[in-house]
Structure formats: C-alpha cells, structure tokens
Unconditional design. Structure first.
Length: 446
C-alpha cells in the first residue's frame, strides 16, 4: 500500500470511529499537513457522502499571510470545496493568543450552522511535542493526555467535534504522500524560529531523542492514549461522586461539596472533584490550596469567587452582586391540601390556619424580617434564627420564606413560626413545598 492509500484508509477508519460526521470543516493553513488532510477529505467525501468545506484563519502576523489565504482559496476552488477565510486581529504575538483566536474563529464563526466536525491536521510529532510541553509545565494525567483523536468542544449555538484523523501518522508519511502526487504547499517561516518553545522542542529536543530512541514519538503517543483513558476513568468517578449519593450541589450561588465525603477520597480523585465542582478554572497551586482547606478556612478564588470550609460542607461563594434568588428557588410549587390533622415536619410540609395562609407570600429573606418560633416565648430576627438553627451563611439568602409582611410564618426547610399553630376543629390547610431547597444535593436537576 502506498502512502496516499494509507492516508485515505486511515482517515476513513477514523471517520467511522468518530461517528461518521455528516458535516466536516477542514482547518487548512496551507502547510503540508493540512493540504494533505483537505485532499484526503475531498476524496473521502466523494466516497462516503459527507459534506465538506474549508476554513482558513489569517492572523495577519506575517507579510505573506495573505498569500497563504489566497493559496488555500485557490486550492479549494480546484477541488470545488467551499472555503471561508477569517481574518483576526491579535493584541499580542504569543502562540497561545494566536491559537485561541484561531479556534474561536473556527468554532464560533459558524454559530448559525448545525453541529459539525472540525478536521485538524495534527500528526504524531505534534502529539509528542504537546506531551513534552505539558510535561515541562507539570501537567497531570489530563494534560498529558494531550490531544484526542476526537473530542467534543462547546461553541456558540451548539458543539463541534474536534477530529484529528492524522494523529497517529508520522509527518514523513504525509509529505511523502504529497510528493508522490507532486502537490505543493506553503511553508510558514516562523516554524523555524526557536524563540517559541514548541519550535525549540521540534527542532532541537525531539531530533536528539529520536537519535537515541527512534520510536520515541510513537511511544509518547501511546502514553498519551493510555493517560487519556485513565483521565477519563477518573473524570467518570468524579462525575458519579458529584451527581449521586447526596455529595454535592452545583447550583449557583448554592454550590457546595460534602466535606466529610470529599475528605475520604483518594487525592487524585479529590483534585478532579474539586476542579469539576469549582465554578472557575483553577491552576495547580490553587487546586492544592483548595484541597488543603480545613473547617474554618476560607480562600479567594479567581473571578471574585471564594471557598469557605465548614465541618459539613465546602462552599463556593459567588462574587458580590450575583442575582438572588437563584433560578432553582424560582422553580417551586406550594401545594395546598385540606387539613386532616397532620401538622407536618416544618421542612417540606407545614399546617397552618387558612386565614393566615391567605395573607402570606413566598419570597426570599429581606431586611427586617422576624419570626416567633413555634412554641418559643418571644420573637427574634431571622439572622439570629438562622444562627440558632445552624443554617449555613451561604444558604440564608436563598431559604424560601412564607411571610405575612415582615413576619415569617414558615421558613421552608427550617421551621414554622407561632402563627402557624393549628387548633382542632379550626379551618386549617396543609402546605407541601415541592422544589429546590438550600442544602439539597441536586446537581443535575433542571
């Protein structure tokens, strides 16, 4: 089998493994790898019937970038493949900024279109470079998994499948296939500049490694696959922990994780749980600081969030100004039933005189609210009442209160006031609260 037939066969198998996407957009820079990818996909689309288009991003960082775009457009014209060129402006010239801008254009520039697969021409050496880069940065198993052959990426208006059919193929095989067909491509002069760490690894480090171990790039790709499977396993374990067993709530601003349950996890699983539960992205140092929190500790998080640890829960506290009440509190039902002698538990069920209930409204805590706890000698502020009932501070603004003016008749989930007292033979009703309550472990409820 010649190199071109190998590329076609490998891409066809990868397309099937990726779920046979019906719409494919090829990311084409004009370099050898992406040109080969476009040509292979053009041939394969004719065989398999998927729609194919091309996307090119011009950063404008090099004088010849316009020529690259023209080259790609002409190539697509000859193949009868629709081509769209995005021109982006960068504030700086860093590789990371350029990469982010490129992905943003390619993923979000088609927000009005259905979901698609974005085909990328990354190959075995790109994967090895990524593994080494992330190893240098101290990444864990998730980072060292490097690039996946196929993975979903959220985008405006839906999701895109990032698809890398060449990921296990050497660049030499790709260029050999193009040379045999006398296909030309564009060379990016910046690929030879060693000031970029990735280029330094490609030009200096990997050649030395290959001299001592010719199969090193293939081995690093294999290691990345193994680590990706292990990272997926840990992710699934963390997801199970967060969505079952009453261990967590991921509603903002009532986000929390059970501290006792969290403390019993293996450190690797605890890190993943914390990174998934936290509403903002954490680096390694922040993750370790969060993992070390003990009851009574607090910690500032990115974007104005804070973490506060108690004996029962690790709370993620929102920035000042986040709207209250949270959406789950708005999704409730207060069911009214005839009274049959049951006074309820004061948590989700509570009986009270009909004449009292008919003058009440359900709302969140407001300044000046007071309650006379049922059976208690006097009234107190809701602040003091919440303290007495050991309601965690983050939950207090979100407790549903059935109020008559500033008088709290029933703090749902906490307890009733004296005005809810019923008498035998009186005209009473039984109220049942159906909905989310602060402290509920309902991470996946809608």
């Amino acid at each position: 089998m010649d190199d071109w037939a190998f590329l076609l066969q490998r891409t066809q198998r990868s397309w099937r493994d990726a779920g046979e996407p019906s719409r494919v957009k090829a990311a084409v820079s004009g370099g050898a790898d992406s040109v080969a990818l476009l040509l292979v996909l053009a041939q394969l689309s004719g065989q398999e019937g998927f729609s194919l288009s091309c996307v090119h991003v011009d950063h404008g960082l090099r004088p010849e970038s316009g020529q690259d775009a023209a080259f790609v457009e002409k190539l697509c014209q000859g193949l009868n493949v629709p081509c769209r060129v995005f021109r982006v402006q960068l504030r700086g010239k860093s590789e990371d900024e350029a990469r982010a801008a490129r992905y943003d254009a390619m993923l979000n520039g088609f927000s009005d279109e259905p979901d698609f697969a974005l085909a990328l021409a990354h190959h075995r050496r790109d994967q090895a470079e990524t593994v080494l880069l992330r190893l240098i940065r101290g990444s864990g198993s998730e980072g060292l998994s490097a690039m996946r052959e196929s993975s979903l990426r959220p985008r405006q208006g839906g999701a895109a499948l990032l698809w890398r059919p060449f990921l296990e193929i050497s660049p030499e095989t790709i260029r050999s296939a193009l040379a045999a067909r006398h296909v030309s491509w564009r060379e990016d002069a910046t690929n030879g500049q060693e000031k970029y760490l990735r280029n330094y690894i490609r030009l200096r480090v990997l050649p030395l490694i290959r001299q001592r171990s010719p199969q090193a790039e293939e081995a690093m790709g294999r290691a990345a696959r193994i680590l990706s499977e292990e990272a997926d396993f840990i992710h699934n374990q963390a997801e199970d922990f967060l969505t079952s067993g009453g261990h967590a709530c991921l509603y903002d601003p009532l986000r929390w994780v059970s501290y006792p349950a969290l403390s019993g996890l293996h450190p690797a699983l605890r890190r993943r749980v914390l990174r998934m539960a936290c509403p903002v992205k954490l680096d390694w140092a922040q993750t370790e600081q969060l993992r070390a929190l003990a009851p009574g500790d607090q910690m500032n998080l990115p974007e104005g969030w804070r973490a506060a640890c108690t004996k029962e829960k690790l709370h993620f506290l929102p920035p000042a100004g986040m709207a209250f009440p949270p959406q789950p509190l708005m999704k409730h039902t207060l069911r009214v039933s005839p009274w049959a002698g049951e006074n309820g538990d004061g948590i989700r069920k509570q009986a009270m005189p009909r004449s009292v209930f008919e003058r009440c409204a359900l709302r969140a805590w407001q300044p000046g609210d007071r309650i006379r706890p049922l059976g208690a000698p006097g009234e107190k502020s809701m602040q003091d009442y919440f303290v007495d009932k050991k309601v965690p501070r983050p939950f207090r603004p979100c407790v549903p209160l059935l109020c008559m003016g500033s008088r709290v008749i029933w703090a749902v989930g906490v307890g009733p006031g004296e005005e809810a007292r019923t008498e035998a033979g009186g005209d009473n009703v039984l109220l049942t609260y159906e909905g989310f309550l602060p402290g509920d472990a309902s991470a996946n409820e809608e």
